[in-house]
Design a binder for this molecule. Structure first.
Ligand code: AYL
Length: 522
């Protein structure tokens, strides 16, 4: 029997994300929607709507029309939200790229998504320009938010006198294309519709207590679905104020929390380590924090409790996946009594199954099985990849997460393992298939396989098993720097072991199980 959310269903209106967020600000039109935590510069709700409309007009002027894809390659700033919603208001689609990407990684996403334009910021211009060239796009397809010689800036776009295009979006149209490797293979465009995103905002709202008075810290990046939905768009939906940070820096993070009296902080587990343990935390008055919410990777309950005790706040955990828009499970604000090893209840409108990966049989409370999720927040599929879509979404509408979970009689879910290839480094995706393909381009490497292993602090890190090409020599350092020079820092190989042969099945698939067993043996 599927496990249904214990919460009553919410009605999901047939509406575009822009109309959903920007029709009514609950009287807070002139209040700050977003504040840059560094400079203090802010944008009000009404200004944000106006800016988005100007950007939409300027995009239309440049020939962007319904269904076109526009990339954003930028750190968090209040303008990120204006650009994001400007693109949607132009009836176009946002593809958000990881701001740490190398030119090669970004070029792949631009090409794969068919992006026509790219928004970036001047510190990222070198990488953006190289990527645009590699992707075969004209050099004038870049807009530099803060301006750069020879490129249009955000100010130029905001100065457009063109007409705002007529809204032409149905709820089932694609809104965003974030990239995720899912259960296997390379990063793929995840098709999330306006309905998916609106649904997840309403589902999340039922679990929480975010209001117009709430100040939310957005240190997690808006390019990732966690920052995009849970920070940026939840903030806008609740008419709350979102304080942005371009990157994580502990003293600055603590200063901003204290200065802006932040009540809600969303983190990934590595930040919990710093908050629970770092001595500098005692130098700041952080009594403003009500709730710290952790997601994107398993939170160690003991660490979570230590953090909550030190800061005198509630600590909650949620579970999600890019393909789920992203949240499918979380602990509601008023249930800090739940086991912090758990990820709480299924959100409204969600049904789950736990399925034994060996037998295909559904397992009940007490058993372990792969988590399957069905609901209005489940993606439509992967862009241009029917095989990967068919392997992830079944005919009954369940998304197979590749995560292994348990559920109690009361409907509390805990994620206990992962059966998919994916590695998570500090909450960021590291697709092993991508690192393996990259390693194989080195002439000194005959074969390679990558799995996640635990480092001394219990953090998951990518480890490469490498078979050296006969007659050549390669060192651990050479393997690591070969990878590091070509990809974003979170995807670096952090452990290397040379091996005679990569264990493979008869059909040539890497037997990751065997590598894991070898690792655990010692
Ligand atoms: P992606 N515990 C264990 N693993 C987790 C958890 C968790 N609480 N949350 C996410 N994961 C892993 O697409 C899991 O393997 O999305 C899952 O399949 O980058 C994978 O991360 C998905 O990685 C929120 C808001 C979680 C956002 C998110 C994260 C979305 C990350 C909870 O409330």
């Amino acid at each position: 029997m599927p496990v249904r959310s214990p919460y009553p269903d919410v009605e999901i209106p047939e509406i575009s994300l822009f109309d959903f967020l920007f029709t009514d600000f609950g009287g807070r039109d002139a209040e700050p929607a977003l504040i840059d935590g560094g400079s203090g510069a802010s944008i009000s709700f009404a200004e944000l709507r106006g800016m988005s409309e100007r950007i939409a007009a300027a995009l239309a002027e440049r020939g962007i029309t319904k269904g076109d894809v526009v990339g954003i390659f930028s750190p968090n700033t209040p303008y990120y939200a204006a650009v994001f919603h400007g693109i949607l208001r132009a009836n176009a689609i946002v593809t958000s790229a990881n701001s740490l990407y190398s030119p090669g990684e970004l070029a792949h996403q631009l090409r794969d998504s068919g992006a026509k334009l790219l928004f970036t910021a001047s510190p990222f211009l070198d990488r953006a320009a190289a990527a645009v060239e590699q992707a075969g796009l004209p050099a004038d397809s870049i807009i530099v938010l803060d301006g750069a010689e020879g490129y249009p800036s955000l100010r130029d776009l905001l100065g457009s006198t063109a007409e705002v295009p007529a809204a032409d979006v149905a709820a089932g149209d694609t809104a965003v294309l974030p990239y995720s490797s899912g259960t296997t293979g390379l990063a793929k465009g995840v098709i999330l519709t306006h309905r998916n995103l609106v649904a997840n905002l309403l589902q999340i709202q039922q679990m929480g207590t975010v209001t117009g008075e709430t100040r939310i810290l957005a240190v997690l990046p808006f390019f990732h679905i966690y920052g995009m939905t849970v920070m940026m768009n939840q903030g806008l939906h609740a008419n709350a104020t979102v304080i942005t940070m371009p990157k994580f820096d502990l003293p600055e993070f603590l200063r901003i929390i204290s200065e802006y009296q932040i009540q809600r902080v969303y983190i990934a587990p590595p930040v919990a380590v710093a908050l629970a343990k770092h001595p500098i935390v005692d130098q700041y008055d952080l009594s403003c924090i009500d709730i710290i919410f952790s997601g994107a990777a398993p939170l160690d309950a003991e660490l979570g409790h230590a953090m909550g005790k030190r800061l005198g706040c509630t600590v909650l955990q949620g579970y999600g996946m890019t393909e789920l828009s992203p949240v499918s499970h979380c602990m509601p604000d008023d249930r800090a009594d739940l086991d912090l090893n758990s990820s709480g209840f299924a959100l409204p409108n969600i049904e789950c199954k736990l399925v034994d990966p060996e037998t295909g049989e559904e397992v009940g409370p007490g058993g372990r099985g792969e988590l399957w999720v069905k609901g209005p927040n489940v993606m439509v599929g992967y862009l241009n990849n029917p095989e990967a879509t068919a392997a992830t979404l079944d005919d009954d509408g369940y998304l197979h997460t590749g995560d292994v979970a348990e559920v109690t009689e009361d409907g509390v879910f805990s994620i206990v393992d992962r059966v998919k290839e994916l590695i998570k480094y500090k909450g960021y995706q590291v697709p092993p298939a991508e690192l393996e393909a990259l390693l194989l381009t080195n002439p000194k490497i005959a074969d390679a396989a990558v799995i996640g292993v635990k480092d001394d602090e219990g953090e998951e890190v990518p480890k490469a098993f490498v078979v050296t090409q006969q007659g050549t020599e390669i060192t651990v350092d050479e393997v690591m720097s070969f990878v590091a020079e070509r990809i974003a820092p979170h995807k670096k190989v952090r452990v290397v072991e040379f091996i005679d042969e990569i264990p493979k099945s008869a059909s040539g698939k890497i037997l990751r199980k065997d590598l894991r067993a070898r690792e655990n043996a010692g």
